[in-house]
Design a protein. Sequence first.
Length: 273
Amino acid sequence: MTQISLAYLTVFGLAPPDHVTCAAKAGYDAVGIRLMPALPGEEQFPMTVGSEMLRETLSRLNDTGLSVLDVENIKLDRFADPASLAPIFDTMDRLGATKVLVTSDSADESLNIDRLSALCEFGGPYGLDFHFEFMPWTPGAATLNQAEHLVAAAGAPNAHLMIDAIHYDRTGATLEQLAALPPSRFRYIQLCDAPQARPETDEELLHQGRFERQFPGDGGLDLFELMAALPEGIPISLEAPRRALLEEVGYEEIARQSFAATRKWLDEFLANQ
């Protein structure tokens, strides 16, 4: 059965213990926990080994039976030596996480390749796989081809690609490009929907990606074809931030609505296979 996980961006600002509880009440199988801030000024949750928040998160995972699908977000341009991330890796280990989302804000190709390679080597003994995500506004990896080049050049068996449905569409990636890549590149997908018409400016593109996506089935993206091009049964991380709606209805209702929409979409997808 396809695993459905509630990504952090969908419930932005919610601390990990409440994230777990919220996801469980809505019907999710798993959660994606953000251990490292993606943007300056974003909250850093106290989740190191020995912290009260980690203990509470583990307790709620145990009580609900949920698992951690992935953790985020390691940025390649924010560390020089992966050993400096050991406390974060120790937390991942305690959470039972095996998938790590990776991005970069650097345009330096050599830096991105070297650090992804070093990250994969350091994280190997932890049993971690690293999933590099391309986004239209990241200078060093704004397309699927660029991201694949970085992953291939890193030369690590635990280096993979992340397909986020909105970035896949907005960067002009194609099914032919996906078909040319080994299925082992893809271990899970970030799913959402969006209007078919692409934003006209970079500012609108960024705003939509971070704040105003849609739930699967509510927009105009061809999600059926995308999902069918990926390995069968691939886990889904539901990353569909709707910040205005979140402020209106709250975390529990966003989680409920997002899961209901995703479950309905997935059932329709499976019925058509």
